[in-house]
Design a protein around this ligand. Structure first.
Ligand SMILES: [Zn+2]
Length: 217
């Protein structure tokens, strides 16, 4: 009786499995399941962060509203790409993106910051503000030069040692309008009111220096 009931149940299970196209029960089931789990994509290797186009980089990031990533998405991106450990050493890998608004030369930013910068510049332009950048990504060497000048007393602003600045991650800009932007400038007022909407934030008393930390940081 019990055996009949069991074989009936097993028969129904077999029927359901075959209808769903599932693997027949047996010792190999666990093995096949393991193989399937193994074939799931693991963490994205750094190479995946260097695709050909800017758009596909954003596809990797999973863009948030208006293409700007959240603080936690940015953090995952930095971790998965091993970015934090390469402060000042991100050049020459096709990773950094040229952005608009350079005061002189072509500023470079990390893709999530680049997208947010372009969105923010567009919004500022709509309000009659031309956001321009005098400094964005800095290599280890250029950060070191600035730091040495600071130590020698040749810099009025505080300069972090190489490896410590968000400039070395391509996540900071210094905004200019011919002079460094200060509290009396319309650019500063606009940024103060709007930058957070694009994931950009000021630090301490440096009115010209803005850092991309992602939405909701
Ligand atoms: Zn700065």
């Amino acid at each position: 009786m019990a055996t009949d009931a069991l074989s009936q149940v097993m028969g129904r299970i077999a029927e359901i499995r075959s209808r769903l196209g599932m693997v027949a029960p047996g010792g190999r089931f666990a093995e096949i399941l393991d193989a399937k789990l193994d074939s799931r994509p693991g963490p994205v290797p750094p190479a995946a962060f260097v695709p050909a186009s800017f758009t596909s980089r954003l596809a990797v990031l999973g863009p948030g509203p208006r293409g700007v990533v959240t603080a936690s998405e940015l953090s995952s991106y930095l971790d998965a790409g091993g970015i934090r450990e390469r402060n000042g050493r991100l050049g020459g890998e096709g990773l950094l993106v040229e952005v608009s608004g350079g005061w002189s030369g072509q500023p470079l930013l990390l893709p999530p910051a680049a997208e947010a910068w372009e969105q923010m510049r567009e919004a500022a332009a709509a309000d009659g503000i031309d956001l321009r950048v005098i400094d964005a990504y800095r290599s280890w060497e250029s950060q070191d030069r600035a730091y040495q000048a600071f130590l020698a007393g040749n810099k009025s602003a505080n300069v972090l040692p190489p490896g410590k600045s968000r400039h070395g991650l391509g996540l900071a800009v210094d905004v200019t309008n011919g002079r460094i932007v200060g509290r009396s400038d319309p650019e500063w007022q606009w940024l103060q009111d709007n930058a957070w909407r694009f994931g950009w934030y000021p630090i301490s008393n440096e009115t010209w220096h803005w850092e991309f930390r992602g939405l909701g940081a």
